[in-house]
Design a binder for this molecule. Sequence first.
Ligand code: COA
Length: 157
Amino acid sequence: MTKIAVYPGSFDPVTNGHISIIKRALRVFDHLIVAVSQSDPKKPFFTIEERCDFIKSLDLKNVIVKPFDGLLVNFCKTENVQVMVRGLRAVSDFDYEFQLALANRRMDRDIETIFLMTDYKYSYLSSSLIKDMAKFKGNIEGLVPVHVNKALQERFS
Ligand code: COA
């Protein structure tokens, strides 16, 4: 049986921390759907198309990138997927992740959330941090893919 999971996030923009989770999830699952949230409350910096394209450009085998809006459990149901993957960076992520996993479980008992520890190299990383660093001309080489770095530099120039 093909094992498939959903890896959701706002990916505004995707970082090497996210990519590390994607690659490691692919050791467990045959296919991964990277679900990019429209995430309006967060007022995304990049459009949904840009955020999806950044991930698609990575050309990762067995990865499908799809935008989603509304509840994640509904997206999973539509895609007929029962497992979602989340990354844990630090203890501080736990409370939120616990809440999210339980809320999702409350809405759909068939959905399981599995957690992968973020690579320690990226454990302090977030998309907001990357945007701040790029905005003030900090060096983000090695923290995001080259094409994302370029897009950030263009946007802030
Ligand atoms: N490496 C680097 N950064 C990481 C990371 C990793 N491994 N894991 C998480 N992050 C960063 C993200 O980039 C993000 O940074 P930002 O806040 O600066 O943008 C931050 O950590 C939080 O990430 P995450 O917890 O994944 O939040 P998100 O906003 O990217 O995604 C959704 C959250 C989309 C999964 C969640 O809001 C959702 O499911 N929304 C749909 C509605 C719904 O169903 N809600 C739940 C039930 S009510």
